[in-house]
Design a protein around this ligand. Sequence first.
Ligand code: SF4
Length: 338
Amino acid sequence: MSRQRGKTEKTSDMMNPQLMAGKFLRCLFRKPGKTPSEIQVEITNRCNFNCPMCQRKELGVKDEDMPFDLFEEILLKLDNPRRLILTGWGEPLIHPDFCRMVQAVNKVYPEAGVCFTTNGFLLEGELADCLLKTRLEQVSISLDRLPGDEKVSTPGHIPAKKITDNLEAFLEKRGRDNLPRIRLQATIQPGSGDTLGEILEYAAKTGIDGVNLVRLQLPFSPGLVRPSQDEEKELLEYAGRLGKKLGVQVDSVRGLGPLLLLATGFDTFCIRLDDYAYITVDGGLAPCCNLRNHTAGSLRDSDLESLYSAPAIRDLWRSLGNPVCRQCDSFRYNYAGD
Ligand code: SF4
């Protein structure tokens, strides 16, 4: 069976005026759609790394995979998604059926974009070859510094040479249409200007499509240190200027633009809620990965539309009163609490 919704996103969402106009209006009037078109699936919470900034332990996440049968069952309950993000609190490539899952999405929803975020360590051999034969929209690789760059000793993903080797081989083999897009994801850490500069130069040299700069989330990992807001602003301005010079797109939580900032009531509403849902490893529907323990119910027993209109989701559209949201600034312009 094949289900479709719209065209595959080949450019970033921010460059799609129709998509952005819909988002702007829903957020401005706090009117969620009937069903979300962007779905993230927690296909596994097992990981081959143990990064200090990862919140798996704090969230009490168990090391387990979503069975392939459940994944297939869930796929059929979606409403022609525009995009599926196959990433939970673990390393997606560790799932023994990962490539089969991408193939299943391609078959059921041929027009849907499929994305995932990986640490890149297992992006090699038969698995990489299998993935290159599927239709993937985007692969994001977490890389906080390049191998050999020890200037910044703050926590980050392991900067192993094997990862950059895998990444370069994958880039080399991808199709002439330059799909999947390959992006790097780096955390913004105090004093990390040189490190971010090296990552951007590496991206330009190797033909990587963009770099996403993300915040460390202190409420979940209180031992971490992040830059002051002023330093974060300076780091992002510097990265933006360098990205322009090098021809590398740089995205960050501060890049929403004035219209979306207005639509979110200047940080009083979380844009992550719009047109998006997170499905946990056992089929629960949650507002986002940080709220995986606050599901509206399970897709095993209910349909997407009923769960998406349940109070666990809709109450957040009225107020971010949930204690997790109050402390979270993953998708806010300013730091929470400042
Ligand atoms: S504020 Fe954070 S926890 Fe709350 S919905 Fe947004 S991303 Fe999720």
